[in-house]
Design a protein around this ligand. Sequence first.
Ligand code: WTA
Length: 647
Amino acid sequence: MEELDSLLKEDRVFKPSSEFSRSARLQTFEDYKKLYQSAQQNPQNFWEKEAKDLHWFKPWKKVLTWDPPDAQWFIGGKTNISYNCLDRHLKTKAQKPAILWEGEPGDTKTFSFKELHEEVSRFSEVLKNLGFKKGDRVIIYMPMIPELAIAMLSCARIGLVHSVIFGGFSSSAIEDRLQDSKARLIITADGGYRRGKIVPLKDNVDQAIQKTPFVEKVIVYQRTKAPIKWNPLKDLWWHELMSKAKKGVDAIPLDSEDPLFILYTSGTTGKPKGVVHTTGGYIVGAHTTAKYIFDLKEEDIYWCTADIGWVTGHTYVVYGILSNGATTFMYEGAPDFPHKGRFWDIIDRYKITIFYTSPTAIRAFIQWGDDIPKKYRLSSLRLLGTVGEPINPQAWMWYHTLIGKEKCPIVDTWWQTETGTILISPIPGAIPTKPGSATLPFPGILADVVDQYGNPLPPNKGGFLVIKYPWPAMLRTIYGDHERYKKQYWSNFKGIYWTGDEARKDEDGYFWIMGRSDDVIKVSGHRLGSSEIESALVSHPSVAEAAVVAIPHEIKGQGIVAFVTLKGNILSSKELENELKQHVVTQIGALARPEHIRFAKQLPKTRSGKIMRRLLRQIASEGKVTGDTTTLEDISVVQTLSSQDEE
Ligand code: WTA
């Protein structure tokens, strides 16, 4: 475990300003500690009290049944997340903006809660009239437009299980997810704007459904008017369907444990796994964490820059924000289009008060230069957040100084697709922050750092981050593969959730996330499995074997280096290198493009045949084997040197 000892020493502590604390939900560190301790003694009480904030068609009979690793929350309760995000607010907030949106070309749209409610009930009617029923899976593959949120809320309204796919993924990624989910319906658009270009979403769908005949319908939202191919047997225009839906439909009472969505995410091995979230527990978690961590107020204009294709967009662009009746701002495009001040310009124009983004974005802003944000006032901001990867203290300080003007608390929020909601984060107004630390667990969350036997570690000893008690928004299973769920998250220590992250707690109990203990790679905060990229490479006819590892990358956080052995007497070349990079892009998407491809005669392996990734990682990041990357490297030499300390 020695290597896990952290070298990082960061002593700065930032207390929330009295001005912020005075109007915050929790106002002192004592407030937090009291709430945490009472929730620790009885987590069910804490969550039950919070659940009462929401609308239930029928109350639950029991808060939790826990038969590790299977949890059920609010058993017997009936609710609907679309109702909680929309109908519940109509009495008091009908005219308040629910969604403010700006497209990349500069076009804008606003939906009040009343208007959003109307659109969602009518689109639910469309889905119902097409014959889709509770439990059916629906793939949503759209740009960042309000209709993406409308599609999700409409599915949720009538019990359809949505699975949103990030618009940057390729057609084969869609095909994989279709094969796994057996969705009969896809909702997409004729395209979306990204850096001035049109992303051909519909073309990608057309390709993906060549081999998935079970897809019956493709609903197409007209965003760009770009020419697309049209299949009259399957394709339907969103606007034509909507023009016939007049009445709208009510939200149906769903069982608390009815599935709400499947979100595919990368793991260590095999294909992406379909993380399944259910209705009642998820909305209680999303609602409660958003309320406390973003300290949402009636007048806030909240902006989370994440794409809805990732879990952050599900929980903190759509569900957790709308359920609190807050205004969520959405932006379609790139941060540097048509200029590198686009985000700051948006903040000033829309008077954004809460801004939630990723360390990757912050690192890019830093590289673009301080003079860019300095041109803007940014005076509407009162709270900042980050998510997705560890933020290094320098980037934190930059964010604090240049964007927050030293007056906005920063919430560094730790969580995962699987956890559904934030589990470790400052509660602004109450918890003093330290640059680089996600600080303390949310009330009701029993987080700890343990050694390989599951024993809690003393302060500042690095170990495995685990969660020792179930929480409402936790995943329930991996779609179609409950065994994988058990093995992946619950097999290391009985009844204890395995996060896959390494961390340490300092002498104040603050958590410092140190990275992953497995081969999950985070490129620009987006989660990719090394095995997916390897499978993509091996699917190329010239490749015999491939191993990919992450290297530190100044902006993306991590970049990908692929070690490749070629078949038979195929020779390596610059052309082949480029072809392989492009092949990965076609198979997965642009964000998986390797930074470097290194051809090797053979890959270093342990005696039992396991690829020695640690060694490759070292070679890749320290460049031990340097020189022309297109020539074959004989890594077997290093293999003998290092094999002693493996296994
Ligand atoms: C990493 C994103 C450090 C972590 C919501 C986790 C973080 C993985 C943080 C989940 C943070 C997320 N500090 N690391 N604040 N937030 N991570 O599923 O390794 O895309 O396990 O969910 O991101 O990534 P996912």
